[in-house]
Structure formats: structure tokens, C-alpha cells
Design a protein around this ligand. Structure first.
Ligand SMILES: C[S@@+](CC[C@H](N)C(=O)[O-])C[C@H]1O[C@@H](n2cnc3c(N)ncnc32)[C@H](O)[C@@H]1O
Length: 241
């Protein structure tokens, strides 16, 4: 099984050290993955031939959020409420589950300083490639570490907020039709250690631990102090006691 890298329509060598984690992942999981260099960064080819490759457009996403927040108050956003954005206050956040950076970039756009981590080699690679290609000034407030939640909880900064969005299914979860979610489910699977990570994060006693869940799913472990409920998503907030 193999890792294939494409640049300008040609296959390039995947033997450089920066690709070693990806090679190992392909071999260990008996999987073929193709990444293509487009507009200054690597994108992952979808498992379905007609779909566009998957990547993170950091500058574009941040600008899109900023434009939106010029028209609509940050204080109306459920994510902002859940992490404790109030008045001019912008908390520092430790995002344990960076994924495709959706939530990290939104919190950066709110004006928060964000530390984020991701353990999956494919997702890490997409993040790191996208970061090298990004220049948005808000990235001065973004710190990415390619490690695990457990490691960053042990050694990382003590932030006011810990944010956790695991791939954790229960009987009430509906299959998501979104392309990104399908790829995530195929590649990353379910985060079986989510409850253990939650317990470790809770013991860290940040002012708030925020857990993102599908709206109708069960609590990850114990009942939260407060919930912010959206159309499809829910933020469970655990205040430190
Ligand atoms: C649901 S996705 C997060 C999506 C992200 N919030 C976003 O907006 O794009 C969960 C991600 O967290 C990562 N993850 C899960 N458990 C982790 C852990 N213990 N340490 C580091 N990363 C973890 C998974 O590999 C996956 O990429």
C-alpha cells in the first residue's frame, strides 16, 4: 500500500523525512492515499473520484469568519458563549481536537488565543501544510502542536478554556452526509478514548471545559453545568469546582 504525492501533474518522491509519518500510516493501515500540491499546499484526494480534494484554506476561512463577524455580533455565536466570550473578554483556549481547524479558526476570528493539537498523521499533515501556506495576521495567536490531547494536557499551557470535540458516536448520532465528516469517519474512525480524555481534561480544572456534541447525543460522561444548544450541535460546558 502506498503514499502517492502529485505536483504539477507529476508524481514526486515520498521518501523525504516530512512524509515518513504518512508512509508509516499507509503501510500500517494497508491504505492508499494520494496528496496533490495545489496553490501552495497539499490536498488529500477524496476516496470518491468526482469529489474535490480536501484541504484547509486558512486565510480564506479566517477572512470569511471576520467578514461575517463584522455583520453579526460575536456575542450571538453559541461557540463564543460556550467558551465565555463576554464584552471585550476573549479567553485563551486549548483545543484538544484540532481536526480540520474549523473551530480553532472560528475562535481565532473571535479574537481568542488558541493552542491546538491533533494526533492523526493525515490530519496533522494537512494542518501543517496549510499553516505553512497561510499568512493571516490572526495566526500570531495560533499555536499548533502535533501531539495528543493527553500530552498537551500534561505539558501544555494552562488556559482558561479547554475545548474538546471528539469523534464519539452513540446510538442517537445520525450518519452525517457532509463530505468532510465521511472522510473523517473513514480515516480517523471513532475516538474510543474520548471519555478518558474528558476525565483528564476535567481534572485539569480549567475555568471551563467545553465539549462539542451532536445535538441529540448523550452526555460524554457526566451532566454538564450549562448547555448551549444549536440546530445540530450542542456545547456542553463544565465549570471548574
Ligand atoms: C470531530 S474532529 C474535530 C473537528 C474540529 N473541531 C473542527 O472543527 O474541524 C476530532 C479530531 O480530533 C482528533 N483527536 C481525537 N482524539 C484526540 C486526542 N486524544 N488527541 C489528539 N487529537 C485527537 C481526531 O483525530 C480528529 O481529527
Amino acid at each position: 500500500m502506498a503514499l502517492k504525492l502529485i505536483k504539477d501533474g507529476n508524481q514526486i518522491s515520498s521518501q523525504e523525512p516530512e512524509f515518513s509519518e504518512l508512509n508509516k500510516f499507509c503501510e500500517e493501515n494497508v491504505i492508499d492515499l494520494t496528496f496533490e500540491w495545489i496553490a501552495g499546499q497539499f490536498w488529500l484526494h477524496s476516496d470518491l473520484p468526482k469529489e474535490k480534494p480536501i484541504g484547509i484554506e486558512i486565510d480564506r476561512e479566517l477572512s470569511r469568519h471576520e467578514d461575517y463577524l463584522k455583520k453579526s455580533s460575536v456575542h450571538k455565536e453559541l461557540l463564543a458563549k460556550s467558551i465565555g466570550v463576554k464584552g471585550a473578554h476573549r479567553p485563551q483556549v486549548l483545543d484538544l481536537t484540532a481536526g480540520m481547524l474549523g473551530d480553532s479558526l472560528l475562535m481565532l476570528a473571535f479574537g481568542c488565543e488558541v493552542w491546538a493539537t491533533e494526533r492523526h498523521p493525515v490530519i496533522r499533515f494537512l494542518i501543517q501544510s496549510a499553516l505553512k501556506n497561510a499568512q493571516h495576521p490572526k495566526l500570531q495567536n495560533f499555536h499548533f502542536e502535533a501531539t495528543s490531547a493527553q500530552q498537551i494536557l500534561e505539558h501544555g499551557p494552562k488556559t482558561e478554556v479547554i475545548y474538546f470535540d471528539p469523534m464519539f458516536e452513540d446510538a442517537n448520532d445520525k450518519a452525517s452526509p457532509r463530505k468532510e465528516m465521511r472522510i473523517f469517519r473513514n480515516l480517523v474512525g471513532s475516538d474510543q478514548d474520548a471519555i478518558a480524555v474528558f476525565e483528564t481534561a476535567l481534572n485539569r480544572k480549567a475555568k471551563r471545559l467545553v465539549v462539542k456534541r451532536p445535538r441529540h447525543s448523550a452526555n460524554l460522561s457526566q451532566a454538564p453545568s450549562v448547555q448551549y444548544i444549536g440546530k445540530s450541535t450542542r456545547y456542553d460546558v463544565y465549570f471548574s469546582v
